[in-house]
Design a protein around this ligand. Sequence first.
Ligand SMILES: *Cc1c(COP(=O)(O)O)cnc(C)c1O
Length: 417
Amino acid sequence: MTPLARSDGVLRCGPFALDDIAARFGTPLYLYDGALLEERYRTFEAAFAGARLLVAYSVKANGNLALLNRLARLGSGADIVSGGELARALEAGIPAKRIVFAGAGKSEEELGAGLEAGIYGFNVESREELHLLERIAVRRGVRARIALRVNLDIASPTPHEYTRTGHAGTKFGVPADEIMDLYRWAASRAALRVAGIAVHIGSQIVDAEPYERAAREIFALERALSDEGIPLEYVDLGGGFGVAYGDDSEIDLARVAAAVLPAVRRRGLRLILEPGRFIVGESGTLIVRVLYVKRSGNKTFVITDGGMTELLRPSHYGGYHQVEPVRARPGAAVVVTDVVGPVCEDGDFLARDRAIELPAAGDLMVVRTAGAYGFSMASNYNSRLRPAEVLVAGGGLHLIRRRETFADLIRGERIPA
Ligand SMILES: *Cc1c(COP(=O)(O)O)cnc(C)c1O
């Protein structure tokens, strides 16, 4: 299933032609397919059927309230990495009891907010964080449910080094030589409830093998803890499940499932998984309009009204996205072009050296598979207004975030008297 189908030469999402959508809401514009979002959630859940499963959707992939609310109604929980994401998840109707809180730099206020809300568990990433959380829990007279997010020195072959989080020498997770010690300490504290163990090895991983390794090590630790009288309720294998951006293939969830289901059943454990991109990546499309086409230094540039401020992945991670015209142009020359944005940075591009049907000024183009780490990484750099977001669902077209205005841009700024 793809969110976009071409009929009569024009791309459509459900019954809606993309040029009509763009005419109504303007560009650049994020468009989401609600049916595909739901299908992806159900596909993920089904792959792990047979486990006592909590799908903790990773809010940082895309935190729009409307999308979170749809996932909440499907039974999803949330994996959050900030107090802002906690507030977002609760506002969208995700119950606190289905929220886990990761992140190497949680502040005292954020830990307190998580306790206040009564979240399912904190994925603690360091000794100091564990000590701070314990002090806050004592002060509040509550018990904090914790898992250690462990660093097992698992290299994950992600497309970019910035998205690898599982190897030793990153800021993420408790280093291997501290794990047992910290668990023993936590188990001795009345204000802490040792509930689980967590790992997250990276993002956009399409090979199942690193998950198999992570699972082996996690279950070995779980058994060692249980043998010491520290039984766990759950294991959390994190997220990172890769999708297809082009002709490549996505992660084989059946293989990941085969590596974890027998162990969680045998050990009577709950399984938590934190997919972000897998759920929301494909359902999102960025629609941009061509402003200019120009040749410079033997290169052809298609300059659009969307760029790194709307979709940072190409610029930041070298991320690949398919680009294509909304309306087919039969007979148009296929030319190798850079599709770039209007931002004053040479690194502002959506696609580089891509053979595409050369568009003309005014044409609309789509950037596919932009639902994850698209809008959520959008910025106001160059004082650009963040785009609107639109959802196709239930046969209707819904504005789920209006385009920003100049007033939004300067809200909170003051010129001193
Ligand atoms: C980012 C993140 C995820 C989600 O990663 P995806 O690649 O979007 O699945 C899950 N867990 C943690 C702790 C994360 O930081």
